[in-house]
Design a protein around this ligand. Structure first.
Ligand code: XMP
Ligand code: MG
Length: 179
């Protein structure tokens, strides 16, 4: 199945049912890992919003949600290397069990920057769940990256929260750029 997003053509890579099944699996792990705790889920805007909504609605422990925003892609297809902190966390995370939720890790630049920043605020623990990862693009090892939904090829993707030129976030599945 192909779809046009802005001026580019994409093909279906991961359908909605496959995503749901994987998100359910990650939720099961988190429900076990954080049973009896009170984790704080921190979403990295904008791309996290669909994944985060689906994941946190399955959490069975008392939990809170908050957001941060760091942009490395400024509407295009490639990373700019220049990170911009667009929105700082509004809560004190000292002593908290933080679960950082990211749509995708590519070079790992964004997560490395964010984790270093959050660690300075002295959380009790911090792990990362990323829906997608592009191992072939990875430049930084991220020990905190505990859950990855899917490892994908080093190709640009949209859908399920991810965008191209701010479009395509509403797609139910993940779509990959056609060569
Ligand atoms: P880095 O290189 O810092 O990149 O790990 C992570 C951030 O870049 C964005 N990104 C993408 N966005 N389709 C997107 O819509 C992609 O294929 C893609 N690859 C990386 C994303 O915002 C992520 O937070
Ligand atoms: Mg993002």
């Amino acid at each position: 199945m192909t779809t046009l997003v802005a001026d580019l053509k994409f093909e279906l890579l991961i359908d909605a049912e496959t995503i749901k099944n994987r998100v359910d699996e990650i939720a099961t792990h988190l429900n076990t890992e954080y049973a009896g705790k009170n984790p704080l889920f921190v979403g990295v805007l904008n791309g996290c919003f669909v994944f985060m909504a689906d994941l946190v609605r399955q959490m069975q422990m008392p939990c809170e949600v908050s957001f941060t925003k760091v942009a490395s892609y400024h509407g295009g297809l490639t990373t700019t290397w220049q990170l911009r902190n667009d929105l700082d966390l509004a809560v004190n995370i000292e002593g908290r069990d933080v679960v950082l939720l990211e749509d995708i890790t590519d070079t790992g630049n964004t997560l490395t920057y964010l984790i270093a920043d959050l660690k300075q605020r002295k959380p009790a623990s911090i792990i990362v769940c990323a829906l997608l990862s592009k191992p072939a693009a990875q430049l930084h090892h991220i020990p905190e990256l505990k859950y990855v939904g899917f490892e994908i090829e080093n190709k640009f993707v949209v859908g399920y929260g991810l965008d191209y030129k701010e479009m395509g976030r509403n797609l139910n599945g993940i779509y990959q750029l056609l060569d």
